[in-house]
Ligand binder design. Structure first.
Ligand code: ATP
Ligand code: MG
Length: 441
C-alpha cells in the first residue's frame, strides 16, 4: 500500500489510508488515544484504542480508516477538521526523546534565545515553518518576475580580495597566505555582468560584520540582487523594482493565504504608484510633521524611516515609499551623481512598513567618470581592477537594486525581530551556538 498524504485524505471517507509523518500532539483519554499526525501537507487527528505509548515528534506510520467526524466534533481550524483516522496500526519509525517544551500549542511561546537554541526542533512547529514557506515564495517570485523580463541568474562569489564599498563592516578571512574578505554585496560582479548578459539577478548570501545588536540586522543575510543595462533614466530602475515587488505581493497573496492568516498578517497596502520622495523632501515632511529638524542630515535615521512610512500610509495610501537623491558622497563610488546638482545622486531606497527593504539606483557607466570617483572616494584602482576592466570595454547605462529577503519576510508577516525570519540567524552573539550568555534585545 502506497503512502497517502494528509492533504489528500478528506475525500477518502470510508477508505483505508497509510500515513507517515510526525506526531504533533498526543492526548491520552484512558484506553482511547488521540494522535495528531503532521506531514508536509497538513495535520490530521487519528484515534485508536490500546496504542503503544508514543511521544510527540516521533516519526510514525499510521494505517487506518478515514471516518467523517460527528457534526459537533468538526474542527473548522484545520483543513482536515471534518474527518479523523481510526487507527488500525501505529508503527514508530523513529522515536523522539522527551521534548524540552510543549510543541503542541498554536504559538510556541518561547523567548527568542530558546527559540534559536532549539532551532532543529522549533522549526518543526507549523507557525515557524510558515515563515519559511512565505520566504521561499518571496524568493521564487523575485526569480519568476525577473526571468519573465529576460534576466539571467548568476552565482556571485563570497570570497573577495578587497572591499571598495566601505571596510568597517567586513569579515576578514584567512585565505592561505593572503588576506581576503567575505562579500558584503555582489554589486561589482552584477554590474560587470551587465556588460555580458545585459540583465542579471542573483539570490545570494551577503556578510556584514554589524557591530551592534539590532532587530533588523544579521551578519549573514540573503540578498535579492538585480541589475540591468540600457536604462534611459534612474526611474527605469524604480519601475522595474516596483514591478518585482508587486509580483512578490501577488504571489504571497495567492500562495500563502494560510501562512498570512496564522500571523494575522495582511499584505502591505499599495496605491497606483509607490510614492517617490527626494531625501530633502522627506526630511522637510518629517520636520513639518514632528518639528524635528533633520533637514541637514545626510541620511535618514531609523525613526525618520518610520515617520516617512507613516506619512506615506496616511497621506498616499501606500505602505511602501521610495526615497531618492541621497548625498552622493555618502554612497559608494559607483553612484551616479545628478548632473543638475551632483551633491545628490541617483540612489534610491525602498522603505516598507517603517524600515529599509532595499537600496539601488543608477550607476556610473563612463570609464573616465568611474576612475574620477575612485580617486575622489580615496580608493585604489587596483582594488577594483576587474570591475574597471569591464567598463573599459563598454557597458551601457545601468542600474539595479538589492532587496533583503529577511527584511521583506519580517515585514510581510509583522515579525518583531529579523532573527525570526532567518532559519539559522547569525549575529554578534550567535553562530548556531551562543557565543556569549548575553540576552538579545
Ligand atoms: P541599513 O541601513 O538598514 O543597515 P544598508 O543600507 O546598510 O541597510 P544595503 O547595503 O543598502 O544595506 O543592502 C541592501 C539591502 O540588504 C538592505 O536594504 C536590507 O534589506 C538588506 N540588508 C543589508 N544589510 C543587512 C543586514 N545586516 N541584515 C539583514 N539585511 C540586510
Ligand atoms: Mg541601503
Amino acid at each position: 500500500m502506497e503512502r497517502n498524504l494528509v492533504g489528500d485524505v478528506v475525500d477518502k471517507i470510508g477508505g483505508k489510508v497509510r500515513l507517515k509523518g510526525w506526531v504533533d500532539t498526543v492526548r491520552d483519554h484512558g484506553k482511547i488515544t488521540f494522535v495528531d499526525l503532521r506531514d508536509r501537507t497538513g495535520i490530521i487527528q487519528c484515534v485508536g484504542a490500546n496504542l503503544e505509548r508514543v511521544s510527540p515528534e516521533s516519526v510514525v506510520e499510521v494505517i487506518g480508516m478515514v471516518a467523517a467526524r460527528p457534526e459537533k466534533l468538526i474542527n473548522p481550524k484545520i483543513k482536515t477538521g471534518s474527518v479523523e483516522i481510526q487507527i488500525e496500526s501505529l508503527k514508530i519509525i523513529s522515536p523522539a526523546a522527551e521534548l524540552p517544551f510543549d510543541m503542541g500549542t498554536d504559538d510556541l511561546n518561547l523567548d527568542l534565545p530558546t527559540l534559536l537554541d532549539y532551532r532543529a526542533l522549533t522549526l518543526r512547529h507549523p507557525k515557524q515553518q510558515a515563515i519559511f514557506k512565505v520566504q521561499a515564495v518571496i524568493i521564487n517570485a523575485f526569480r519568476q518576475a525577473l526571468l519573465k523580463k529576460d534576466f539571467v541568474e548568476f552565482q556571485a562569489p563570497s570570497i573577495i580580495s578587497s572591499v571598495p564599498e566601505g571596510g568597517a563592516e567586513v569579515f576578514k578571512v584567512k585565505y592561505f597566505d593572503h588576506e581576503a574578505y567575505l562579500s558584503q554585496s555582489p554589486q561589482l560582479y552584477k554590474s560587470l555582468l551587465v556588460g555580458v548578459f545585459e540583465r542579471v539577478f542573483s539570490v545570494n548570501q551577503i556578510f556584514r560584520a554589524e557591530p551592534s545588536v539590532t532587530t533588523r540586522h544579521l551578519t549573514e543575510a540573503t540578498s535579492l540582487d538585480a541589475e540591468f543595462g540600457f536604462i534611459d533614466s534612474w526611474k527605469d530602475v524604480l519601475e522595474m523594482e516596483e514591478y518585482v515587488v508587486r509580483h512578490i505581493f501577488s504571489e504571497v497573496g495567492k500562495e500563502c493565504k494560510n501562512e498570512l492568516a496564522l500571523f494575522g498578517a495582511t499584505l502591505p497596502t499599495l496605491s497606483d504608484k509607490i510614492p517617490v520622495l527626494k531625501l530633502r523632501q522627506a526630511q522637510e515632511i518629517i520636520f513639518e510633521r514632528t518639528g524635528r529638524d533633520i533637514r541637514a542630515e545626510k541620511d535618514l535615521a531609523p525613526e525618520d524611516e518610520r515617520e516617512i512610512c507613516k506619512w506615506s500610509s496616511e497621506e498616499k495610501g501606500s505602505d511602501l515609499v521610495f526615497i531618492s537623491h541621497f548625498v552622493t558622497k555618502k554612497k559608494p563610488f559607483y553612484v551616479y551623481a545628478d548632473p543638475e546638482d551632483p551633491t545628490y545622486g541617483f540612489s534610491v531606497d525602498l522603505l516598507g512598513r517603517g524600515v529599509e527593504w532595499s537600496s539601488g539606483g543608477q550607476r556610473l557607466n563612463d570609464y573616465e567618470e568611474i576612475i574620477e570617483h575612485i580617486h575622489d572616494w580615496g580608493l585604489k584602482e587596483k582594488d577594483v581592477e576587474l570591475y574597471l576592466q569591464s567598463f573599459k570595454y563598454g557597458v551601457p547605462p545601468l542600474g539595479g537594486f538589492a532587496l533583503g529577503a529577511e527584511r521583506v519576510t519580517m515585514h510581510m508577516l509583522g515579525l518583531k525581530n529579523i532573527r525570526e525570519a532567518s532559519l539559522f540567524p547569525r549575529d554578534m552573539e550567535r553562530i548556531d551556538t551562543r557565543l556569549s550568555e548575553t540576552t538579545q534585545k
